[in-house]
Write a protein that binds this ligand. Structure first.
Ligand code: 5GP
Length: 190
């Protein structure tokens, strides 16, 4: 078992373009107990990405890792594979995953105490703007938006908390308050 029983597993979900990546980075900067897992993907690197965002691999390499049971969870999303390698978090760290909803459901099956937090956009219009700004082509933007209602419906079923990303610092602060409360509960004798 790679994680200690005391570790929180925090799973951040939400539709593409909602700002999960930015919020995850702010969470790491503001809370040094959090450790962010770096996912694998078969998606090609975007022109706007620097290369550290994912471990970018080809499909054969990814499939070999599946066969070797190297993932905590993995899923296919719009034709590409994404997966969380079994965590190697330092002792005492709380694990943060920034993944899509099918993967979050698998994490919950393996770790029923995992905390799923769904990030929502203030409006669908803002979601579309953000997808365009990060350099996706029109066709990709339309494809990503088409799956948003399904992602939201599935996410609502498994999320313990819903946070609106109206402003990054505010949304990050709300998540940090949730984590603080969960840590206090974890410390209470049962
Ligand atoms: P993108 O291609 O925009 O970077 O990511 C597409 C979706 O895949 C996003 O919702 C992102 O959170 C999700 N994702 C990233 N890493 C993983 C992972 O390891 N597992 C799963 N299931 N989804 C992931």
């Amino acid at each position: 078992m790679p994680l200690s029983a005391e570790s929180l597993i925090v799973v951040l979900i939400g539709p593409g373009g909602v700002g999960k990546g930015t919020v995850a980075q702010r969470l790491l900067e503001r809370d040094d107990r959090l450790w962010l897992s770096r996912s694998w993907t078969t998606r090609p690197q975007r022109a706007t990405e620097k290369g550290f965002e994912y471990h970018f691999v080809d499909r054969a390499t990814f499939e070999e890792a599946i066969d070797d049971d190297q993932f905590l969870e993995w899923a296919e999303f719009h034709g590409n594979l994404y997966g969380t390698p079994l965590p190697t978090a330092p002792d005492g760290a709380d694990v943060l995953l920034e993944i899509e909803v099918q993967g979050a459901a698998q994490v919950l099956e393996a770790y029923p105490d995992a905390v799923v937090i769904m990030l929502l956009p203030p409006s669908m219009g803002q979601l579309e703007d953000r997808l365009r700004r990060r350099g996706d082509e029109d066709q990709h933007v339309a494809m990503r938006l088409s799956s948003t209602p399904d992602e939201l419906a599935k996410g609502e079923k498994i999320a313990s908390f819903i946070v609106v990303n109206d402003e990054i610092e505010r949304a990050t602060g709300e998540i940090l308050s949730i984590l603080e409360r969960l840590r206090q509960l974890r410390r209470l004798p049962s």
